[in-house]
Design a binder for this molecule. Structure first.
Ligand SMILES: Cc1cc2nc3c(=O)[nH]c(=O)nc-3n(C[C@H](O)[C@H](O)[C@H](O)COP(=O)(O)OP(=O)(O)OC[C@H]3O[C@@H](n4cnc5c(N)ncnc54)[C@H](O)[C@@H]3O)c2cc1C
Length: 362
């Protein structure tokens, strides 16, 4: 029986947790549960999570609600990424500082409401003349745009970061298994290690079937990856709704498209052509670079949800069933909210299990 030590030095039997999903949310939740020292964790998933190869930190987080909660998670995740990078180096796939420029053909109504939370925040037309932006836009930024704001942010190479998280989870004793659950109750009996005390449902789009939650809605996104060495900053264009994110010096990711309710992940050429047209105003060399053999396309489904993220304990579970925490529907920001959200999963899990334990002693 797996045992641990509590704050008073007494030993106790660790609780058994099953995390469903090994995307950004599932991996973060598994790590943070293990970090408490109170849980033995098994991560089950039918396949790998579907994150974009390169995630950008921004607030307010994109395509996800409720804004106050997800902004809180994003801020906490920012700090977690910085300390992860400081403690474990470049293997964690976190790049910082990456300058992010938000560009507009109009005047911004004022400073960013969260400017006190943004590193090296600047606002005003003079930002358009900064050298790194001028180089990225072939010297056209100040001709096309009228106003801009900029701050230093983080990008996450998710392949590296998820590989690091998986390794960390295994080092802390966590286990992975490849299982497709047809019903949530199958999680009660996963593996061969006895009674499951806690289930954390991080199934993203999978919650549509598994939690029978018809509020879950895909928001399809397509990006192109190109090689454009001159772009060393992230950029977004308010009016054309396009963006560019440099990845670890390896390639440039250009987006964004947003198709609500579309389940088909196959690339759509008309939408891609429109994206390249829109983004070419910001990146004058893009059309030419798209002709290269290196250019490739990635599509994915953001796990959107009407009413916003579902986060919290499932009160409908019957007596005797494990505590179930739902944690899905993070839309376009499931990576950059993951560690902040996972801290809340761990806190909720500890509270819930303490209450159950004290009731069972009465
Ligand atoms: C084009 C695009 C750009 C994006 N850019 C960013 C960005 O810059 N920053 C950012 O933070 N986010 C971004 N996102 C959003 C981000 O990819 C998602 O929010 C995030 O991947 C969601 O993570 P998740 O762990 O909740 O879900 P997922 O990654 O989808 O993981 C769900 C997991 O559950 C498992 N699962 C589901 N059903 C079952 C079942 N029945 N049985 C067993 N396992 C199951 C799956 O196998 C998977 O492992 C972007 C998305 C797209 C499409």
């Amino acid at each position: 029986m797996p045992r641990g030590w509590n704050d008073s030095g007494n030993d106790f039997v660790k609780k058994r947790a099953v995390v469903i999903g090994n995307g950004a949310q599932g991996l973060a939740a598994a790590w943070k549960l293990l970090d408490t020292g109170m849980f033995e964790v098994e991560v089950v998933a039918d396949k790998a999570g579907l994150s974009p190869p390169n995630a950008l930190w921004e607030i307010p987080p994109y395509n996800v609600q409720p804004e106050v909660l997800v902004t809180k998670w994003a801020k906490a995740t920012f700090g977690e990424y910085l300390s992860m990078r400081e403690s474990f180096g470049e293997d964690v796939g976190v790049c910082y500082p990456v300058p992010l420029y938000a560009l507009t053909r109009n005047e911004l109504p004022g400073d960013h409401p969260q400017k006190h939370n943004l590193a090296n925040y600047r606002h005003g037309p003079e930002v358009l003349k900064e050298e790194i932006l001028q180089r990225a836009t072939a010297g056209t930024a100040h001709e096309i745009y009228k106003d801009a704001e900029a701050y230093d942010t983080i990008t996450v190479n998710t392949r590296k970061n998820f590989a690091w998280l998986r390794k960390r989870i295994q080092e802390l004793g966590g286990r992975f298994s490849r299982v497709e659950l047809k019903d949530l109750s199958e999680a009660w009996t996963v593996g061969d290690r006895g009674k499951v005390d806690l289930v954390v449902n991080c199934t993203g789009m999978g919650a549509y079937d598994l939690a029978k939650d018809k509020a879950v809605k895909p928001i399809k996104g397509q990006v192109v990856h190109v090689s454009m060495d001159e772009v060393r900053c992230a950029m977004s264009d308010y009016e054309s709704r396009s963006y560019a994110i440099p990845a670890d010096g390896e390639w440039l990711e250009v987006g964004g498209t947003s198709e609500e309710g579309v389940w088909d992940r196959a690339p759509d050429q008309a939408i891609l052509d429109d994206l390249v047209n829109r983004a070419s105003e910001m990146l004058p060399r893009l059309k030419e670079v798209m002709k290269s053999d290196d250019a490739d396309v990635w599509t994915g489904l953001r796990p959107g949800r009407e009413g916003g993220v579902r986060f919290g304990i499932d009160k409908s579970r019957a007596k005797g069933e494990p505590v179930v925490i739902h944690c899905y529907g993070h839309g376009g920001a499931g990576v950059i909210t993951s560690l902040g959200c996972a801290n809340d999963v761990a806190a909720l899990a500890i509270d819930a299990l303490q209450i159950i334990q004290s009731k069972s002693k009465l």
